[in-house]
Write a protein that binds this ligand. Structure first.
Ligand code: ATP
Length: 507
């Protein structure tokens, strides 16, 4: 090496220069590098510091969150425990539910059976009390009727009809404060009549019916009822009982009311309404709902031993619908009209009876009732001058006179509680005997014409009404005593006709 190396050699000198340049550059580069490294170190430290600070704050936030979560956890834990507990409890309940349900159903069934048993026995008790109360009510009602007398007398004054020319005098007048008083006046005197109720000429069919409807419906409770229209020809009897097509009278209204009342009582009660229509002319009975109008009916003692009367062959029409009611009246009217030449004249001289029987049975108690409603349009009550009438007219007058007198006698005997009631003195009273006796109810509707020309007949009718109303009520106890001593039978039907009134019923 020393051999060939010559430091003075130009090449070496050149190389040494180059080396020195390189060494200078290297030193400069090293300095740069070191500065660079220093920068990087500083940058690193700054970044690390920043990261640290960020991490610290994030850590803090996480810590805070964690603390919050911990807090939540602490509060949620009891709730969770409760929920778990509830859940377990519910689960157990769900598991137990079918058994509990079965048990509850069984218990409920037992309770229901017990309650039904209690209700049923309470019901029995109530039913017993109800029956007792009903009997008591009936007794009280009967007692009240007995005290008031079971015969009522109403009066209806008809209006002056179109075409009637009568003197303008006010023959009839009314008391504004007392609807039981009626005054009749002629030129010389004023007569006062006291009745149970007076209907003035403007009284409507509805108003009249309202006064009689409780009597009508009492036959559903088993009472026998008679409603008579009494008065001279043309005084309004037929108007009151039958009415006119547009404004029916008591007959139709009564049947319709009974039908609707018994329909309302279903299904607790099973009622049957039957209707018969009879005409009594010259003491002969005619079946107005039958096919054979020529047939004369008879009144006989029922062979069933009940002691009741019956009319063999009498048609009993069962009313099952409101349409049946129209049919009954149409048929009755048609049959009555076909058998006579002048219906108006004929109806004045005959009695027309509508007999409605209402029989019911209570579906729970088996209790039975039977009541009869007799609606009677009587023949004209006017007196026929004996000298003027002859032949068939005289016979008609005698028959009417006989039956109306017999009716007055029967009412007198019943109200006075006589031991013998002369039911057999006429077909009318004989046919109605079971509906006039016992605790039956009777209403006499005395019809009055307002015409001055009818004054004397009006006075007669009102005197008749007054007499019926003022007959002294006999003593019930005495009547029973008299019955037991004079007759073995308590019914009036079988009593001999020995009673003869001297009361001038029909002057
Ligand atoms: N309250 C009244 N309102 C209106 N008109 C009536 C009234 N009462 C009766 N009339 C009429 O008076 C007339 C006679 O009445 P109705 O025929 O009813 O008498 P009556 O007493 O039945 O007679 P008869 O004995 O002849 O059958 C009839 O035209 C009737 O329409």
């Amino acid at each position: 090496y020393q051999h060939w190396y010559n430091p003075t050699h130009p090449l070496v000198v050149d190389c040494g220069g180059t080396i020195l340049v390189y060494e200078g550059e290297m030193e400069r580069a090293q300095g740069q590098l070191e500065a660079e490294m220093q920068n990087l170190e500083e940058e690193k430290n700054r970044v690390i510091e920043e990261a640290f600070i960020r991490a610290e704050s994030e850590m803090k936030a996480v810590h805070d969150n964690l603390a919050g979560v911990r807090m939540n956890l602490l509060t949620l834990q009891p709730a969770l425990r409760t929920l778990t507990c509830d859940y377990n409890c519910l689960k157990r309940q769900v598991q137990d539910f079918p058994f509990m349900l079965e048990k509850a159903i069984t218990e409920a069934k037992q309770e229901i059976c017990q309650v039904i048993g209690e209700v049923s026995s309470a019901n029995q008790e109530l039913l017993r009390k109800y029956k007792r109360e009903m009997n008591l009510r009936k007794k009280c009602h009967n007692e009240l009727v007995r005290m008031k007398g079971n015969i009522r007398v109403f009066c209806r004054v008809r209006p002056v009809c179109r075409g009637e020319h009568d003197s303008a005098e006010n023959m009839v007048s009314f008391d504004p404060d007392d609807d039981a008083l009626l005054y009749l006046s002629n030129k010389v005197k004023l007569m006062t009549f006291e009745l149970d109720k007076v209907f003035h000429p403007q009284a409507t069919q509805e108003e009249v019916f309202q006064e009689v409807q409780s009597l009508v419906t009492s036959c559903i409770d088993g009472f026998n009822v008679c409603i008579f229209a009494y008065g001279q020809t043309g005084s309004g009897k037929t108007y009151t009982m039958e009415g006119v097509a547009k404004d029916p009278g008591i007959n139709q209204r009564a049947l319709r009311l009974l039908f609707s009342e018994v329909t309302e009582k279903a299904p607790d009660w099973d009622f049957k309404i039957t209707v018969s229509m009879v005409e009594i002319y010259n003491e002969t009975l005619r079946n107005l709902l039958g096919d054979n109008q020529g047939e004369k009916l008879d009144i006989k003692m029922n062979p069933d031993g009940s002691g009741h009367l019956y009319v063999p062959g009498l048609t009993e029409f069962t009313v099952q619908s409101p349409e049946d009611i129209n049919r009954v009246f149409e048929l009755g009217h048609m049959n009555r009209a076909t058998a006579c030449t002048n219906l108006n004249e004929h109806s004045s001289r005959s009695h027309a009876l509508l007999i409605i029987t209402v029989a019911g049975v209570n579906s729970s108690t088996g209790h039975r009732t039977q009541g009869k409603l007799n609606l009677v349009d009587l023949a004209g009550s006017e007196r026929i001058a004996k000298s003027g009438a002859e032949g068939s007219r005289l016979r008609e007058a005698q028959c009417i006179n006989k039956s109306l007198s017999a009716l007055g006698d029967v009412i007198n005997a019943l109200r006075s509680r006589h031991s013998h009631v002369p039911f057999r003195n006429s077909r009318l009273t004989y046919l109605l005997s079971d509906s006039l006796s016992g605790d039956s109810k009777t209403l006499m509707m005395v019809q009055v014409s307002p015409l001055v020309s009818n004054m004397s007949e009006s006075v007669c009718s009102l005197k008749f009404a007054q007499r019926v109303r003022t007959i002294e009520l006999g003593n019930a106890t005495r009547r029973q005593w008299e019955n037991s001593s004079t007759s073995s039978s308590p019914t009036h039907d079988s009593a001999e006709v020995t009673y003869n009134t001297h009361a001038p019923w029909r002057e």
